[in-house]
Design a protein around this ligand. Structure first.
Ligand code: SAH
Ligand code: SF4
Length: 413
């Protein structure tokens, strides 16, 4: 009997969850997340003459992204007739907040439901986390529902269903956060939790929620260009960080097309260990990844690349690992961000002991790197890095074992 092996371009031991869930656009689309060109086209479909479109787009942009308007009727600079026609064909919808949790440390987590037009399909959910500090406040935004990758220490990686978010759903997370934080002109800030002093409740964005942003580059680019736009939300690209597990062929495009700060989820200094922690490493090993970092457009001493390193007890936290890490990053304008592992139910890993994290950090610091240890925030509400996963989409233990077993089997080929 001939056994046909599924070879495709799958790397040994590298298994991704496929296929992606389909997105079906609602009959009445939201204007949130459309680029200026898409807005102009949308206006074209409802009969706005071409020569007026630029001006109308400018008006809509202002109402959407400076005022945070949720009703067409409030757009007083837009003619009444046009408001009526807009209302008939479009919405200003953002993802719906189904739950909001506030941590003892002021971190907020929103569970957001994405409308689904697929008959019979459950609506998808994503999480978005707000991490306030005294002088800045960071919004951690998701790029996908779940993630096709299966990093062994990450809770999101255990989620079964995966769908790319649209640009509207990505920008929508920022809009929802600002709605809830009273962060529009005339808005009322919440009294529970912490919102920083100053006039902006969201000052920084990190693409570090659920999903691999470079597997959804076009939507992430459109969304982040909207968030950066100076006539709208206006968060500068230096205050936006995109974190990737290392999708090497997309790194250059991210730099050239979005221009935001880059963070790399490195987590290991040897391919053998990184293959296990970040299975994508089997496709794009460390040397290739670091080469892409060396070529990242705009990387300089003033715009360093952040290397994230999760501290896993007895796995990657030895002093020898710390020394190897600084050797590895030589010549790259880098910052090293040590992340205490955030445990989640069922994980086999433990967080390194605090004194080990300190020793590790000292080696990195003595080599000349700033080595902030990322203080875990919102752990009590499972809002910390890698704890995100929507409760409705859990991968059963059996499915997870099957997935990991597939990875092992491939490994042995
Ligand atoms: N997919 C992207 C971005 C989302 S994950 C990426 O992997 O970079 C954001 C960061 O959280 C990554 O550095 C990821 O490795 C880290 N992370 C995942 N699970 C974690 C956990 N349980 N504890 C601490 N950090 C975790
Ligand atoms: Fe996906 Fe990032 Fe989690 Fe890996 S760490 S499974 S790439 S979200």
């Amino acid at each position: 009997m001939t056994v046909e092996l599924l070879t495709a371009d799958v790397q040994p031991g590298f298994v991704e969850k496929t296929p992606l869930e389909l997105y079906v656009a609602p009959a009445k689309p939201s204007l949130v997340g459309m680029t200026r060109a898409e807005l102009a086209d949308a206006l074209g479909t409802i009969g706005v003459p071409e020569k007026q479109r630029r001006m109308r787009v400018q008006q809509l942009w202002h109402w959407l992204y400076v005022r945070g308007t949720q009703n067409f009727d409030d757009m007083t600079s837009v003619s009444k007739e046009l408001r009526v026609v807009l209302e008939q064909s479009f919405t200003l919808a953002r993802p719906e907040v189904v739950a909001e949790q506030v941590s003892a440390d002021g971190t907020r987590k929103w569970l957001l439901r994405l409308p689904s037009e697929n008959p019979g399909e459950r609506p998808h959910e994503v999480e978005c986390v707000y991490i306030p500090d005294t002088s800045r406040a960071t919004l951690c935004v998701s790029s996908q529902v779940g993630c096709t990758l299966t990093c062994s220490f990450c809770h999101t990686g255990t989620q079964r269903l995966v769908r790319n978010l649209t640009a509207g759903e990505i920008v929508g997370q920022v809009m929802v956060a600002r709605d809830r934080l009273g962060d529009w002109p005339g808005g009322v800030k919440p009294t529970d939790g912490v919102v920083p002093d100053g006039d902006r409740a969201v000052t920084n964005i990190v693409m570090m929620g659920m999903g691999e942003p470079l597997y959804n580059l076009d939507a992430v680019r459109d969304a982040l260009l909207i968030v950066q736009d100076g006539d709208g939300i206006g968060i500068s690209r230096r205050r936006i960080t995109l974190s990737t597990s290392g999708v090497v062929p997309m790194i250059e495009r991210a730099g050239a097309e979005i221009g935001v700060m880059l963070a790399i989820s490195l987590h290991a200094v040897r391919d053998e260990l990184r293959n296990e922690l970040v299975p994508l490493n089997r496709k794009y090993p460390i040397a290739q990844l670091l080469e892409a970092c060396r070529n990242y457009p705009g990387a300089s001493n003033a715009r360093r690349i952040t290397f994230e390193y999760v501290m896993l007890k007895g796995v990657n936290d030895s002093i020898a690992d710390a020394k190897a890490l600084v050797r590895l990053l030589k010549g790259i304008p880098a910052k090293i961000n040590l992340i205490p592992f955030n445990p989640w139910p069922g994980t086999k890993y433990e967080c390194s002991d605090w004194d080990q994290i300190e020793k590790f950090s000292e080696v990195v610091f003595n080599a000349g790197y700033a080595s902030p240890v990322r203080t875990p925030r919102g752990r009590d509400i499972l809002a910390a890095c890698g704890q995100l996963k929507s409760a409705t989409e859990k991968l059963s233990a059996r499915e997870r074992i099957a997935l990991r077993a597939m990875a092992m089997t491939d490994d042995d080929e």
